[in-house]
Design a binder for this molecule. Structure first.
Ligand SMILES: [Zn+2]
Ligand SMILES: [Zn+2]
Length: 324
């Protein structure tokens, strides 16, 4: 393990010295050096996460697919999203946009003594138990992710963006990153704000993000493999999330906006009455309403444009949230 950590730090240092530092100095941004170094770590871990996801999940799709496809053309656009997201382009944009705001916000909160006591302050023994504190933070963040996801199906303006994630009819592990760029920014702000407010230790932050991302990749995998009758109620798997992506919503009015919003732990759907888990593996997608929406199904730029148009319409008029 130590060898791997050393190798990681060596690569991080090389990337930083070769590409990032010269650019920062050239742009007169020397004060961002430390942030730049952390940014490289973020990008590098994103790449590693994507390689792990590919090595673990691509064989599942090849050997035990939920759906067999005649061709994989529709998957291409999701690969673009994954590369942009995991290789750091989107996180970098979010980071550049948010870093100054966050620094301000953090110092304001600290100045006014609002920065919450960390979990370790409430549970004193916890700082000697990093695994326990990791799990507790994971559960809290997952709870917040459940509500972010559920609200993105509830508000018309948010569904205008999140609908892009649902428009994929050939869902694969790449589909996890298929999100409108603005939706990514909102999700990034949501996650970062909460992490700040509950005082996630910086050492945990990336680990938490990677743990959630791997589960999210797996839950989109086109495979009939599941976690078993009990396991599927304990952790979100491919069958569980496929029902969330089902093209037709369950008839029950409780699921008018969707079902199975949980990202990691089904317990939130169970507690808040949004669980719907049947035996089968339904087809995925949404029913597009016009030719423009159909044309956007496989096209990155058309999706970005459509999302913004619908977003604006929803903000300025009666928007449509997720509905059958
Ligand atoms: Zn959704
Ligand atoms: Zn999804």
């Amino acid at each position: 393990m130590q060898h791997l950590t050393d190798l990681f730090i060596t690569i991080q240092g090389w990337l930083f010295d070769t590409f990032v530092q010269p650019v920062l100095f050239a742009l007169g941004l020397a004060s961002y050096v430390e942030m730049g170094f952390e940014g490289v770590e973020f990008v590098l871990l994103g790449c590693i996460e994507l390689v792990i996801a590919y090595l673990l999940m691509r064989p599942l799709e090849a050997w035990w697919p939920a759906e067999k496809w005649a061709e994989r053309r529709a998957v291409k656009v999701d690969i673009i999203y994954s590369v942009l997201n995991r290789m750091g382009v989107i996180p970098l944009v979010v980071f550049v946009l948010l870093a100054p705001v966050f620094m301000e916000l953090e110092s304001w909160l600290r100045f006014h003594d609002v920065i919450p006591r960390q979990l370790e302050d409430w549970l004193p023994g916890l700082d000697t138990k990093p695994l326990a504190s990791f799990v507790i933070y994971l559960v809290i963040l997952d709870f917040a992710e459940y509500w972010r996801h559920r609200l993105s199906h509830t508000f018309g303006w948010w569904w205008a963006l999140h609908g892009i994630h649902h428009s994929q009819r050939q869902m694969s592990f790449w589909t996890d990153s298929r999100n409108h760029l603005l939706d990514d920014v909102i999700a990034g702000v949501w996650f970062a704000c909460l992490s700040l407010l509950i005082g996630v230790p910086p050492g945990h932050f990336i680990g938490l993000l990677i743990a959630l991302r791997l589960v999210e990749n797996l839950s989109h995998t086109n495979t009939r493999l599941d976690f078993g009758t009990i396991g599927d109620y304990l952790i979100v798997g491919p069958r569980y999330h496929r029902w969330h992506h089902a093209i037709d919503l369950p008839a029950d009015p409780r699921f008018q906006k969707g079902c199975n919003f949980a990202i990691l732990l089904p317990i939130w759907d169970i507690l808040f009455g949004t669980l719907y888990l049947e035996k089968g593996l339904p087809p995925t997608g949404i029913h597009e309403r016009n030719a423009e929406e159909i044309a956007a199904r496989d096209n990155f730029w058309a999706q970005q444009k459509l999302g913004l148009v619908l977003f604006w319409k929803a903000l300025t008029g009666p928007g449509k949230s997720r509905s059958a």
